[in-house]
Design a protein around this ligand. Structure first.
Ligand code: ADP
Length: 395
């Protein structure tokens, strides 16, 4: 079956058409600047990227343009839309309602809408994508795959905050966690590659991309994760602060005469390694600046790696041990230097890095020596493939 995987943002729409038999992407693309002017980047497998500058006034037009690109005589990859067997939608927040993926119907749409409060930037955009596909491809089954679902197995001690209980009761304020599709995919691959028994395994997944989170996966189930009610909590990220003393919000508000909204923008968009270094949110730029002697860039990377190591320590405690630690996403898969710095804190676990293996990239790999007590792995994530698999399984 051919599955269209859609990841809809407020002004963007990423897509892949995946052949579920070969598990290969037939085409990948991105609609940008929806509602502004519009640009569609479309790349058929093995072909050149095509940039189409037609206006994209809304998401329905964007989906229509994607379908036109997929069936185009020159750069398309299918002859007719009938070839698309199902659509898999990434949905950011499923609240406590969704512990797994679901086939989308009107009830499910209403339930996703009810989670809008919990992810006001993401869920409404995801719903726009769902509704646009529903209008344009009414007969094609659709599945929602939630970023939060994998973490719904967390026990209360991991998901409750130290707040008055009424806030959980009234508003469902608790830890949800994100990147669940990636944590699920990567933990399963890590169990396989490390040769562990899934039912008796303790795995820590470090998803280090522009957004970064870490999870503790015991016997195949998420038992804790670093992102919380929103993706702001936990690790230091490209532009997000991660954990801070909440009193800092009031302190800055008073000193700088700023509103809560201003501060939230600072914490989400102007902090992290970008804010710390004043250089960039991209670790490639930070490495270059650090090499040129920029102290703040060096500090930002050092603080980032320390925070990752600290969370690993916390999750070893949460699971009373660890068998494997997997690095994934843009930074986790590519930056051997950051992996090495993180592992330099983990000697107490009996971890010995194999420097030669750690320098390689682009494939699933064990980067510790044979006698290392805990295996450290690099596992490339593939959230789109995971969404396509879930979609096929449900339709
Ligand atoms: P997201 O999906 O959260 O936008 P990605 O998983 O694509 O992010 O990761 C993007 C980040 O990965 C970049 O901002 C950069 O910091 C890091 N990254 C990507 N490639 C490399 C590389 N070759 N070396 C170091 N860091 C890299």
């Amino acid at each position: 079956m051919k599955v269209l995987v859609v990841n809809c943002g407020s002004s963007s729409l990423k897509y892949q058409l995946i052949d579920s038999e070969t598990e290969k992407a037939l085409a990948v693309g991105l609609c940008e600047r929806i509602g502004i002017d519009g640009r569609l980047n479309h790349t058929p497998a093995g072909g050149e990227k095509v940039v189409i500058n037609d206006p994209l006034p809304n998401h329905e037009v964007a989906i229509q343009s994607v379908l036109a690109a997929l069936t185009d005589a020159n750069y398309g990859v299918i002859k007719s839309l009938d070839e698309i067997g199902a659509v898999g939608h990434r949905v950011v927040h499923g609240g406590e309602k969704f512990a797994s993926s679901v086939v989308i119907n009107d009830e499910v749409i209403a339930a996703i809408e009810e989670c809008n409060d919990l992810a006001p930037l993401h869920n409404p955009a995801n719903l726009i994508g769902i509704n646009a596909c529903k209008t344009i491809m009414p007969g094609v089954p659709m599945v929602a795959v939630f970023d939060t679902a994998f973490h719904q197995t967390m026990p209360k001690e991991a998901y409750l905050y130290g707040l008055p209980f009424e806030y959980y009761d009234k508003y469902k304020i608790r830890r949800y966690g994100f990147h669940g599709t990636s944590h699920s995919f990567v933990s399963k691959r890590a169990i396989d590659v490390a040769g562990l028994d899934a039912k008796n395994s303790k795995v820590i997944v470090c998803h280090l991309g522009n957004g970064a989170s870490i999870s503790a996966v015991k016997n195949g189930e998420s038992v804790d994760t670093s992102m919380g009610l929103t993706p702001l909590e936990g690790l230091i990220m490209g532009t997000r602060s991660g954990d801070i003393d909440p009193a800092i919000i009031e302190f800055i508000a008073h000193k700088e005469n700023k509103s809560i909204d201003d501060i939230m923008t600072i914490l989400n968009k102007k902090s992290g390694v970008q804010g710390m270094s004043g250089v960039s949110s991209d670790f490639r730029d930070l490495a270059k600046a650090a090499d040129e002697g920029n102290e703040h860039a060096k500090e930002a990377v050092a603080v980032f790696a320390y925070r990752v190591a600290k969370y690993i320590g916390a999750y070893v405690a949460a699971m009373n041990g660890v068998d494997a630690i997997a690095f994934t996403a843009g930074l986790g898969e590519n930056d051997g230097k950051v992996r090495k710095t993180v592992c330099s804190y983990l000697g107490y676990l009996g971890i010995t890095l194999d420097e030669e293996e750690n320098a390689k990239r682009g494939f699933e790999n064990i980067i510790t020596t044979k006698d290392s007590k805990v295996k450290v792995l690099v596992i490339p994530t593939n959230e789109e493939l995971a969404i396509a698999r879930e979609t096929v399984a449900l339709v």
